[in-house]
Structures are given as structure tokens and as C-alpha cells.
Design a protein around this ligand. Structure first.
Ligand code: FPP
Length: 263
């Protein structure tokens, strides 16, 4: 049975969907005179702690940018190491995911993954599918431009086949062609290791997400740093382009408000 939700009172709204660009593994290792892969290995401990803490605090969805489409360009040994680490993580963490009621889902061009990693991912997705706690999405072989290209292709096919009227296409139609249309957009995007960019991560979905960048490298990102980010979010005022301060506090409630206005 999942442990009861222990949500800290940070004096403001709490994000329903948190997304993380986990950066700085290589730098963390190099600063210590270690090979880059040691940074990835230590980064797994941050993944474990972040997943467990978010599940306990009642975050509804957590998306972790674990491997981008561009990451295939890295040296073969590093790619192979990351794929093995992913598989090991999925095998080792199954019990913890079950204990915390976490549902796992891959996000991206999952067919690109090597067979063993892909099969282990699919098995873990199946095993956790009935959990009703937090949704953990691992972005793997993910790239926003690739996702939008894939969406445009499917949409164009539907238009060509007469299944979709081009004049009827709106934001929600487009959303329906993305990899995971059901999950509301991230409320908060955290990036570690100080770079001020989105790196091809959920570009469509992050249109109104709040951003939090920390200089801390991913292997050092643990509960205190997570709380810093949540505290910063609690202090933000979200207007989604409007003017009213007491408007929607999360992307999910903004979506509900848009649907209400349309009806
Ligand atoms: C960025 O650091 C990190 C990655 C490309 C991989 C992220 C992988 C992990 C955190 C470990 C495995 C994940 C799971 C889900 C098991 P970087 O190597 O680009 O760091 P740098 O910018 O300092 O070089």
C-alpha cells in the first residue's frame, strides 16, 4: 500500500505536474576527477529520491528527461552505459514503484531503444499500469521537434483521408496527436546544472510552465533542492496570459477553465 501523502505546506500552490531536465551528471563526475559515467550512476540515486519524494508529497505526474534524441550522438560506450543503467534502474526499482503506487510510462520514440531496455520498460509499464498514485513518465529518445514532426505527419494523414477538417484544428486537436495527450502540461520545469534553455524538451507542453533553474548538478539534487524548487513555485503568480491574480493555479485547472469558457 502506498504511504499516505505528506505534502509540505510551502505557503502557496503545489504543482500537479513536475518535469525535470536532469543535467550536469558529466560535470559532477569531471569535477571529482571521475569518468562521466560515474555521474550517471550517481544520478540514479537522485532519480530514486526524487521519484519517491514526489510520490509521497502527492505530485500527480513527474516527467524526467532521461535520454534525448540528440543523446544518441554521444560516444557509443556512454550510450550503452546509459541504456544498461536504465534497464538496471527499472529492474531494481519495481518494488519501490509498487510500494509507492507509481505508474510508469515511457515517452518518446521508444522503438529506438535497444531490445532489452525496451522490453524491460514495457514489462514495467504493464506491471505498474494499475497503480493509482503518481504517473512517472521517462522521456527516452525524446525530442520535442521529433514529437511535433510525428504529430504533423499523423494529422496530415487524417486530413488527407478526410477524417479531419483543417478548419476545425485548434490547440486541443493538436494535443491529441502528441505522444501523451491525456497528461496535463507541466506546471513546473526544473533544470539542474545552471543552463538557461529547454533543450528540445516538451516545447509545446511547456508554453505556460513555470521554470526553476538551479546550479546544483543532478547527482546532488535531493529532497532539500526539490523543496527549494517547490517553494519557489509556491511564490509564483500564474496568469496564463490573463490579468486575474486569483485565476487558475495549475495547468490542469487552466485547461478546465478554457473548456468551461468554450462550452
Ligand atoms: C545529462 O547530464 C544527463 C543525461 C544525458 C542522462 C540522464 C540520466 C540519468 C540521470 C541516469 C539514468 C536515468 C534513469 C532514469 C535511470 P550530462 O551528461 O549531459 O552532463 P553534462 O552536461 O555535465 O555533461
Amino acid at each position: 500500500m502506498p504511504e499516505p501523502i505528506e505534502r509540505p505546506d510551502l505557503g502557496g500552490p503545489f504543482p500537479e505536474h513536475l518535469a525535470v531536465i536532469m543535467d550536469g551528471n558529466g560535470r559532477w563526475a569531471e569535477q571529482r576527477g571521475l569518468r562521466r559515467v560515474f555521474g550517471h550512476r550517481e544520478g540514479v540515486n537522485s532519480v530514486r529520491e526524487t521519484v519517491t519524494e514526489c510520490a509521497r508529497m502527492g505530485v500527480k505526474s513527474l516527467t524526467l528527461y532521461a535520454f534525448s534524441v540528440e543523446n544518441w550522438k554521444r560516444p557509443r560506450v556512454e550510450v550503452r552505459y546509459l541504456m544498461r543503467l536504465l534497464r538496471r534502474f527499472l529492474l531494481d526499482e519495481r518494488a519501490t514503484l509498487m510500494d509507492n503506487g507509481v505508474r510508469l510510462r515511457g515517452l518518446g520514440r521508444l522503438a529506438d531503444l535497444p531490445g532489452e531496455a525496451r522490453r524491460t520498460l514495457e514489462e514495467t509499464e504493464r506491471l505498474t499500469a494499475r497503480n493509482d498514485g503518481m504517473l512517472l513518465r521517462l522521456a527516452l529518445s525524446y525530442g520535442s521537434r521529433t514529437e511535433l514532426g510525428d504529430a504533423a505527419r499523423s494529422l496530415a494523414r487524417d486530413v488527407a483521408a478526410g477524417r479531419l477538417d483543417p478548419e476545425a484544428i485548434d490547440d486541443e486537436t493538436l494535443r491529441g496527436y502528441l505522444y501523451d495527450p491525456e497528461t496535463p502540461d507541466p506546471d513546473l520545469v526544473i533544470r539542474t546544472a545552471g543552463e538557461l534553455r529547454l533543450s528540445n524538451f516538451l516545447l509545446w507542453q511547456c508554453s505556460y510552465s513555470e521554470l526553476f533553474v538551479t546550479d546544483v548538478c543532478w547527482p546532488e539534487f535531493r529532497k532539500p533542492q526539490l523543496l527549494d524548487a517547490l517553494r519557489a513555485y509556491a511564490g509564483r503568480v500564474r496568469r496564463f496570459g490573463g490579468l486575474i491574480d486569483d485565476g487558475p493555479r495549475t495547468e490542469a485547472s487552466a485547461r478546465q477553465a478554457r473548456a468551461g469558457r468554450a462550452s
